[in-house]
Design a protein around this ligand. Structure first.
Ligand SMILES: Cc1cc2nc3c(=O)[nH]c(=O)nc-3n(C[C@H](O)[C@H](O)[C@H](O)COP(=O)(O)O)c2cc1C
Length: 311
């Protein structure tokens, strides 16, 4: 069989294969450059960027769980200025396709980040993180209130960011909702080019000896294989009602995991905390997807999107 085509288009972004990495699990790309050629990825998605640098939450910020981990990093990042000056040159030099994940405290902050990244060539696409469980929202300081939990606010935020940029715009949603279709449709109505799902599930771990929470932030976000079936189901739910593509993630460790997401309706996938266990996990996923296509006689990987057989 001839070499299968792995090319896809994610809401206006041409990618050489459907695999990126999940924001916050791959630094700014260069951290993994010792392990493999990161330009082989369909895209590198960088850690959430904010206008100002953020130190994140106090430690402990990570806690191990069965089949996964809890994190409450709190969006520690270098800020957009240092990213553009010190991190971007590596990614551009390597000729990587870049998805810049952005985080702000208001729609206007997201819009400013989007504008600057477009103007200064800092991204090929944007992923707006409306769903971080580890920072308190400016409008509601009594706990982790997520913009992504309100379809109305998802639409407002999306519209404001959309008006600020012509880059492909993805809206990253939260699984901490009753019906993922509502915020997904709101993102589409607001002008998003794709939705990214899922961010982490809210969770909590307690040390019974000390009777204290394992995380300084008390609660955190659960990721890893434990959340994969939840993520696949949410992709399935969202993809059936949307006209825009879905970037699926949550517990992808192997090519088979990634293919589940495509069959459920995702156009592309992101490998997240699997990279902590195996730094080249995303590369192995790409290779395994190619092998799967060859084994199943699939010439074009796009044919797998939504190809779930129900009988
Ligand atoms: C340590 C850590 C940090 C993360 N930081 C971010 C972040 O800055 N922005 C974001 O949108 N998602 C962040 N996430 C969520 C991931 O991008 C991803 O949505 C989630 O972990 C599910 O994928 P996984 O189970 O494959 O890790 C983070 C996840 C982890 C584990």
């Amino acid at each position: 069989m001839t070499e299968p085509s792995l090319h896809i288009n994610l809401g206006g972004l041409a990618m050489k294969n459907p695999v990126t990495v999940a924001s916050g699990t791959f630094g700014y790309g260069s951290e993994y450059g010792h392990y493999f050629d990161v330009s082989l990825l369909g895209a590198v998605t960088v850690k959430s960027l904010s206008l100002k640098p953020r130190p994140g939450n106090r430690p402990p910020r990570i806690s191990e769980t069965p089949a996964g981990m809890l994190n409450a990093i709190g969006l520690q990042n270098v800020g957009i200025d240092v990213y553009l000056k010190e991190k971007l040159p590596y990614l551009r030099e390597k000729n990587c396709t870049i998805i810049a994940n952005i985080y702000g405290y208001s729609p206007e902050e997201y819009a400013e980040l989007a504008q600057r990244l477009e103007k200064e060539g800092g991204a090929d696409a944007l992923e707006a993180n409306l769903s971080c469980p580890n920072v308190h929202d400016a409008k509601n300081t009594c706990g982790p209130a997520l913009v992504a939990q309100s379809p109305q606010r998802v639409k407002e935020y999306t519209e404001t960011i959309r008006a600020a940029t012509s880059l492909p715009l993805y809206i990253k949603l939260s699984p901490n909702v009753a019906d993922i279709r509502e915020p997904a449709l709101a993102a589409q109505e607001g002008g998003a080019d794709a939705v990214a799902l899922i961010n982490t599930l809210l969770g909590m771990n307690i040390d019974v000896e000390t009777r204290k929470p394992c995380l300084s932030n008390i609660v955190g976000g659960l990721s890893g294989p434990a959340i994969r079936p939840v993520a696949v189901k949410m992709v399935w739910d969202a993809a059936r009602v949307l006209n825009i593509p879905v970037l699926g993630m949550g517990g992808i460790y192997t090519a088979d995991d990634a293919i589940q997401f495509l069959l459920a309706g995702a156009t592309a996938v992101a490998v997240g905390c699997a990279s902590f266990r195996r730094p080249d996990a995303a590369l192995q996923v790409i290779r395994g997807m190619r092998d799967y296509c060859i084994r199943h006689g699939i010439e074009d990987i796009q044919k797998l999107t939504g190809a779930l057989r129900l009988q």
